[in-house]
Design a protein around this ligand. Sequence first.
Ligand SMILES: CC(C)(COP(=O)(O)OP(=O)(O)OC[C@H]1O[C@@H](n2cnc3c(N)ncnc32)[C@H](O)[C@@H]1OP(=O)(O)O)[C@@H](O)C(=O)NCCC(=O)NCCS
Length: 162
Amino acid sequence: MNEKKRNKKVEESLTETTKLLQYKEINGQNRLFGGRLMEWIDEIAALTAMRHCGGLVTTCAVDNLRFKYGAYINEVIVLIGKVTYVGNTSMEVRVDTYVENIKTGIRRAINHAYLICVHVDDNGKPIPVKYGLEVETLSEKAEWEGALKRNIARKQRFNDGY
Ligand SMILES: CC(C)(COP(=O)(O)OP(=O)(O)OC[C@H]1O[C@@H](n2cnc3c(N)ncnc32)[C@H](O)[C@@H]1OP(=O)(O)O)[C@@H](O)C(=O)NCCC(=O)NCCS
């Protein structure tokens, strides 16, 4: 889809992690503390981007972070990160967060977020991502097209001073 040395498949860097909600993650309203979830989202996005570019990354921006439902003690939280777009030095990663019902296996979406991770050298300077993204499925294509629109919206927000 873009001109790079070699394309990697989305699944090559797809990253999934599972957490059991414990008291230390719960806020005063008996729900998962949003800041903790943001930490997990940031971490899985970075890991996903690192797997794609094969090196170091830094989080450049977070947007579309939407808290749809809360999560409660003893619930099982699943986070899935996937690369949706690759630019020159940056990668967009989508992170979906679910609560999994252990009895039925059904996952309820509680949050989704898009993060921009930039590939950096040892001095923290942006460097080109060596791998493009192989966009195969309909949903991968839709994410790529969506990313192009999100890029325009981000630039607009930047120009507006956000
Ligand atoms: C991220 C960072 C390395 C970017 O450095 P920079 O000099 O601004 O680099 P550039 O302007 O060349 O931008 C690099 C890439 O990020 C993208 N980018 C920059 N700002 C962006 C924004 N607000 N939203 C989306 N993408 C952005 C650029 O489009 C570019 O992508 P491309 O190369 O794929 O086209 C730098 O800003 C930094 O170190 N920030 C702190 C990161 C950090 O500490 N994160 C942890 C959170 S505390």
